[in-house]
Design a protein around this ligand. Structure first.
Ligand code: ADP
Ligand code: MG
Length: 629
């Protein structure tokens, strides 16, 4: 049967052919789906009219012949009754091992490691974080398909700016399990900026403060000519409203003279729920106090009035932590608080008056809050999805994100050659040329590392691969171009290509586990603290590598052409080689000493090199046809 062409490729689609593209905020606590309809982004409601889907999945005992699982509100209601099989905050486990999950022992369910990642033990067997997230994503996908009565073309899914490769990859895998085509992963704060249409506003530098249920992100964006650039991102992927709940519950228990030791899992779930209710009630206008009331399994009844002031003071360390991250990200972006043109508050936890006040005071201005803070991220993602699906009339919105830590490769002597510097905007592709170290070297192993330190040993190893089939050449003759490509989702691939022969090898970097924020923070801290030390160490290592290379080259030249030298010339070279070797063998030798000895050997072999070159040319010319030369 012949195909009928109904529209030119690339032409804009008529309204009936619009592709259904959605933005999904896959939150720690809540998830939402939004889409652009009639030019306006809006969150899609479920059958009950609710737009928020609690990010909670409960697995039922298959032996009971149960339907399998409950998702969202039903699961949330069942949490206190069946905490061990009801999974909330699964986002904290994405792309992590058990050891990397902050406060893992405080979760109401059992987390174990299987196949190198954290998984949840349930009555229905082990569940990976990707499977659990896929349940949430699929629920939102069906909601969108029902609402448009059409298949989903694709989705933009948001992730915290601090998510590393492994966490982003896990999110993509979850989407795939849910049968969703991922148009792009974008950072949550970035999505919020789009939702506020900051791109239509005044040019300048903006701060996005996003305090959700389980994550805190702060980003500094610069808007120039309708284009956003993320200057820096920071935050803490294990700090959010949940921690405020925990802090409040702990304070109430203390007031009631209750130790936390006697609590069982269902007590903890009940306390958490009540803490959250009280916290949210205290955000209301002119609330003087709210009663925290819970009956524990032990029979103890707790009833404690909490005032806004008491709540603020028992959670102050958490609020202070967010402000420390704000100051740090401003330093990273190299801007002052006064230079910030606008501040956007995102995430349900920014409804807390103490947050609005603290952030407002710090920046000396009233933050933007007119959009619903729970919905902002999904709305921005929807606008981006609409553009990526080719539905939007306006030109594509260009958004640039950054990578949190530098990427580079290991070079001789265990040094790091940085190829993509920290806070580079992505997507990006950067290349650098390297060469072989030894004559006739036919393979080169590449070691991809992440971090700010100069020595490989102090950075994090991401991947190793080998480039083989380099044609044998003199040391330093091969040209190996190493290209780092970081795609718009923040995923890295590294390719190496020998330019003369064209042989190449590449690797996609999907680390099996991620780094915690504390690790990122401490790696950065160390790199600042040790910059001087590193530089000195680097200079010594570099001098050693150069010196060693000089000796290897001289030895190989002597093996080939010692006959060109007189006795005296030979002695002179040997002498200088011995001096250099002595410095190389001495661990205490300074960079300057090694460099001077290397320089001296180089000088001493200059005449020899010239003789060899002449000999080479003569050899090439004699006894050969012209075409061969
Ligand atoms: P996430 O992005 O992590 O899924 P959300 O942005 O949906 O989180 O925020 C959820 C958090 O916001 C929860 O900790 C919730 O208790 C908190 N929250 C929602 N409304 C309020 C409120 N009125 N006052 C204080 N906290 C609130
Ligand atoms: Mg959020």
């Amino acid at each position: 049967m012949a195909l009928l062409q109904i529209s030119e490729p690339g032409q804009s689609l008529d309204p009936h052919q619009r592709r259904v593209a959605v933005g999904i905020d896959l939150g720690t606590t809540h998830s939402l789906v939004a889409s652009v309809r009639h030019g306006v982004a809006e969150c899609l409601p479920d059958e009950q009219g609710k737009v928020i889907l609690p990010s909670v999945v409960r697995y039922l005992d298959p032996a009971q012949g149960g339907a399998g699982r409950q998702i969202g509100h039903d699961a949330l209601s069942a949490q206190a009754q069946d905490p061990a099989n009801t999974i909330s905050s699964v986002k904290r486990l994405m792309g992590r091992t058990r050891a990397q999950v902050a406060d893992v022992e405080k979760l109401s369910y059992d987390v174990v490691d299987a196949d190198g990642m954290a998984v949840v033990k349930t009555v229905a067997g082990n569940k990976t974080p990707m499977e659990v997230s896929a349940e949430i994503l699929a629920t939102l996908r069906f909601r969108a398909e029902d609402s448009f009565d059409d298949d989903l073309f694709g989705a933009v899914i948001t992730v915290p700016a601090y998510f590393d490769d492994a966490q982003r990859q896990a999110t993509k895998d979850a989407a795939q399990l849910a049968g969703i085509e991922v148009l792009r992963l974008i950072n949550e704060p970035t999505a919020a900026a789009i939702a506020y249409g900051l791109d239509n506003g005044a040019e300048g530098v903006y701060a996005i403060y996003d305090l959700g249920g389980g994550t805190f992100d702060v980003s500094i964006l610069r808007l120039t000519q309708g284009v956003f650039e993320v200057l820096a991102t920071g935050g803490d992927s294990a700090l959010g409203g949940d921690d405020y709940d925990q802090a409040l519950a702990a304070w109430v228990l203390e007031q009631a003279g209750q130790g936390a030791g006697a609590l069982d899992a269902s007590d903890r779930a009940r306390l958490h729920r009540e803490a959250r209710r009280v916290k949210e009630a205290l955000s209301g206008e002119d609330v003087e106090s709210e009663t925290f009331a819970v009956n524990l399994s032990s029979g103890t009844a707790i009833g404690q009035a909490v005032t806004p002031g008491e709540f603020e003071s028992c959670t102050k360390p958490l609020t202070d932590r967010t402000m420390r991250a704000v100051r740090k990200v401003l330093r990273d972006a190299d801007v002052d608080a006064q230079d910030i043109k606008g501040v956007v508050l995102v995430g349900g936890s920014t409804r807390m008056p103490v947050i609005r006040r603290t952030v407002g005071e710090f920046f000396g201005q009233t933050p933007l809050t007119n959009l619903n803070p729970d919905e902002v991220v999904a709305l921005g993602a929807a606008i981006q999805a609409n553009a990526l699906a080719g539905n939007s009339q306006e030109g594509d919105l260009l958004l640039l994100d950054v990578i949190p830590l530098s990427l580079g490769i290991e070079t001789m002597g265990g040094l790091v050659e940085r190829i993509v510097p920290r806070n580079s905007t992505i997507p990006t592709a950067l290349a650098q040329d390297f060469t072989t170290y030894q004559d006739g070297q036919t393979a080169m192993s590449l070691h991809v590392v992440q971090g700010e330190r100069d020595l490989v040993a102090d950075c994090r190893s991401l991947a190793k691969f080998t480039l083989r089939g380099i044609p044998p050449m003199a040391a330093g003759a091969a040209r190996i171009r190493v290209t780092f490509t970081v795609d718009a989702d923040g995923l890295l691939s590294v390719a190496a290509k020998e330019q003369i022969s064209g042989v190449e090898a590449s690797i996609e970097v999907k680390p099996s586990y991620g780094l915690s924020d504390e690790q990122i923070a401490s790696m950065l801290q160390e790199s600042f603290a040790t910059a001087e030390e590193d530089m000195a160490a680097r200079a010594v290592v570099e001098a050693r590598v150069d010196g060693q290379r000089m000796i290897v080259a001289t030895q190989s030249a002597l093996t080939a052409d010692a006959g060109l030298l007189s006795e005296k010339e030979r002695q002179n070279i040997d002498e200088r080689m011995k001096v250099l070797q002595a410095f190389l063998d001495n661990q205490a030798a300074s960079a300057a000493e090694i460099e001077a000895a290397t320089e001296s050997l180089a000088k001493g072999t200059e005449a020899f090199a010239a003789m060899r070159m002449n000999k080479g040319i003569q050899q090439a010319l004699s006894g050969r046809k012209v075409e061969e030369v």
